[in-house]
Ligand binder design. Structure first.
Ligand SMILES: [Fe+2]
Length: 353
């Protein structure tokens, strides 16, 4: 990456591509103390009030600074490295984290230990990084007081409240409004596909686990999706195209959202998976298309439920809890990526990583 000057024009050179940088783009980044608040890095002027015909009167490069005099009398010194960062467009802090595929052979994952000071430490940065790499993280020794989970979650990010409340309890209850609250065994699924947007991160806090068995299982949606794409591109394709209806009803709310089981982003890369075969409703398509869709969903389900992909472990509470509550009691809540990504960037900045 290089900045080049030619005839009061400024060019950004990256490999073989050369691009002129618009003078206005540079002008609205004027960073003298009259123009930029140092603490918040917010502008002290409104760029929409400037004349769009701004031009560069003169410019020079001094080491790592690009100094420009604009024709409206403003002088600005811009850090060349910062200009380059903006040209990379992507948020490298988050999108630079490479996702790691894993299957049932992944047994030696790190377990983090809770402490009251955890939230502002480099260990928390590692924990979040690990979460973004593998899609899950396990934290031991979390205090088991009722509703501690919400306090915990709000120190990592901000709890996403839903119609279930700030948190929900997972235990057997009479006449449940969701099959998660019965003793029916639960197959691998993703939570809340009927919400728009789907909550990003689920936290589950184990308070009692006295049942024999009582194992938790995890499957990596990313690994399964990539394998399906390789092994059966036709199935992969239809599952990335067909939007199905997910629906949840309760006495005072009807939640509904249409989305793909495998959702891609604008670069055709995996954005998220949804899988909850008790509450998905595919639209009426051509018979041949539905034929393919049902085969594809069946294959996907077989993969999610296969021993090949599943890891199993027993969540154990830190301390004994009032056993009258039930033989297995978890509390759950949701966090959005927005807040955990904010925390990750903050810790990266704090520890200069
Ligand atoms: Fe769930």
């Amino acid at each position: 990456m290089k900045i080049e000057l030619n005839n009061n024009k400024i060019f950004y050179k990256n490999g073989s591509s050369v691009q002129e940088i618009h003078p206005f783009w540079l002008r609205e980044r004027a960073n003298g103390e009259k123009y930029l608040d140092k603490k918040t890095q917010q502008r002290l002027f409104d760029p929409t009030s400037l004349n769009v015909e701004i031009a560069i009167k003169s410019a020079r490069i001094n080491n790592d600074l690009l100094e420009i005099d604009f024709n409206d009398g403003v002088n600005s010194k811009l850090n060349i490295e910062k200009i380059a960062e903006e040209f990379s467009k992507e948020d490298e802090v988050i999108y630079g984290i490479e996702k790691v595929k894993w299957n049932s052979s992944f047994t030696d994952f790190k377990k983090y230990k809770y402490s009251d000071e955890l939230f502002e430490t480099q260990e928390m940065y590692d924990l979040l990084l690990s979460f973004y790499k593998y899609g899950f993280v396990i934290i031991q020794d979390v205090p088991t007081e009722d509703n501690f989970l919400v306090k915990f979650a709000n120190k990592v990010g901000s709890v996403r409240r839903t119609n279930f409340g700030e948190h929900f309890n997972v235990k057997s209850i009479p006449s449940p409004n969701d099959l998660a609250y019965t003793s029916l065994p639960l197959a691998p699924h993703t939570d809340n596909p009927y919400r728009n947007p789907v909550p990003c991160i689920q936290l589950l806090h184990c308070i009692i686990n006295e049942v024999s068995g009582g194992l938790s299982t995890l499957v990596d949606g990313y690994t399964v999706t990539e394998d399906l794409k390789k092994e059966n591109p036709e199935f992969y394709n239809i599952l990335t195209k067909v939007k199905v209806k997910f629906k949840f009803i309760d006495k005072d709310v009807v939640l509904e959202h249409w989305a793909e089981l495998i959702q891609l982003d604008e670069n055709k890369k995996l954005k998220q998976v949804r899988f909850s075969p008790r509450l998905d409703f595919v639209p009426i398509l051509e018979k041949s298309e539905l034929d393919l869709y049902y085969k594809a969903r069946k294959k996907l389900s077989a993969m999610y439920n296969s021993d090949k992909y599943r890891i199993e472990f027993k969540l154990e509470p830190r301390t004994e809890f009032d056993a009258n509550e039930g033989s297995r009691f978890l509390q759950g809540c949701y966090l959005d990526f927005d807040s955990t990504e904010g925390k990750l960037r903050h810790l990266k900045r704090k520890f200069n990583l």
